[in-house]
Design a protein around this ligand. Structure first.
Ligand code: HEC
Length: 122
């Protein structure tokens, strides 16, 4: 019996991600699909450089992508807007030509979906 709360917690940690309401908010904000964004992040290998909310907490080559919806700025000096987030994900070197983040050929749809996923965390 004493194990019940722990089991509940374990189930919650495994299943919990952002709430449905938060996902809807992030989808409305970006026009993207957060669930697809999560798989796109895996597909492009972003976690080889970034610790990312809801996905991984290992890599620290680039800055951790955590609480992205609460940030004022992206990549040091960009206002944190969906359009800037999407642009930076697709073309970091158009914004900072000497950045270590590579151009990865992220498609328009995938960039929107990835931004939607990242904005699920406040
Ligand atoms: C080779 C390592 C590398 C890979 C792979 C990489 N990034 Fe980055 N990323 C960086 C670095 C370094 C920065 C800091 C860049 C800067 O400020 O100019 C950065 C910055 C960012 C930022 C701004 C973070 C902040 O704190 O303001 C976002 C968002 C981001 N990356 C998303 C992605 C996504 C999405 C992918 C996968 C499509 C990805 N990155 C793949 C290295 C990488």
């Amino acid at each position: 019996m004493k194990r019940a709360p722990l089991l509940l917690l374990a189930c919650c940690l495994a299943a919990c991600g952002p709430s449905k309401a938060t996902k809807r908010w992030a989808a409305d904000l970006t026009g993207g699909d957060p669930d697809h964004g999560k798989s796109a992040i895996r597909h492009y290998g972003c976690i080889s450089c970034h610790t990312i909310d809801g996905i991984s907490s290992e890599a620290l080559v680039g800055p951790p992508l955590i609480k992205m919806a609460s940030r004022s700025y992206l990549a040091g000096n960009l206002d944190n807007t969906p359009a800037n987030m999407i642009h930076f994900i697709q073309h970091p070197r158009q914004i900072h030509n000497d950045t270590a983040m590579p151009e990865m050929g992220v498609t328009d749809d995938d960039a929107r979906d990835i931004a939607a996923f990242l904005y699920c965390f406040k």
